[in-house]
Design a protein around this ligand. Sequence first.
Ligand code: PEP
Length: 264
Amino acid sequence: MSKNKILIAGNWKMNKTSAEAKALVSEIVAVCGSTTSVDVAVCPPFTALSAAAESLKGTNVLLGAQNVYVKESGAYTGEISASMLKEVGCSCVILGHSERRQYFGESDAFINEKTKVAQAAGLLPIVCVGETLSEREAGKMMEVVTTQTVGALAGVTDAANLVIAYEPVWAIGTGKTATPAMAQEVHAAIRALLVKQFGEAGSKVRILYGGSMNPANASELLDEKDIDGGLIGGAALKSATFLDLVKIACSKERGGHKCCCSCQ
Ligand code: PEP
């Protein structure tokens, strides 16, 4: 079966002011703004979404946020609703990132609620799962990833608007990447869960790999059967490395041929 269309999504985390976001987005769209070979998304912090949206206007690059709250409006100081994200131009949202699980105590049940709220609002959720080093060393990797995936997707019926990101926590921001075989093993397990829940539609849900993905390791990761793209942290903060990743993805999609835009 042919692979799913590659998605390269940049998770900027708590980096970039509005002015910096504008500059970075302008550099990205100048090169791959019109690509149709792959899907490209940038996810700046909330304060830079508006500036990024300006620079993304009329391009094919998607805008995403890094979190959303489950309520629509009201007395929830510090939170942002799905319709606020839509209004500013977001079409996707990262949910359940390990940093949110670790520092902000997000549970699978809360991530599940957010996933449903995002889908209902027409936002594409990018749901993150992944084990810590100690969980992997204790042989609990599959159990953890299964619990997180099943928990985040409980009651979710819309497979068409869903992306999963497998991000082994020990590989995030550490320079340590899962080998393609290690990543594929977990991606295949997630794929099986998706097919169990959604039937054939589960095979169309993109599963991204995240964890120190960079231009040196992306090609072989993207060659794996169930790796449909990357959620990129550090390498998304510079246009040169992010665009190199887009180019690698483009050339995979086009069987080694030049991209449809000016990225190659
Ligand atoms: C991330 O935080 O989503 C991530 C993958 O970060 P990095 O690429 O820096 O490991």
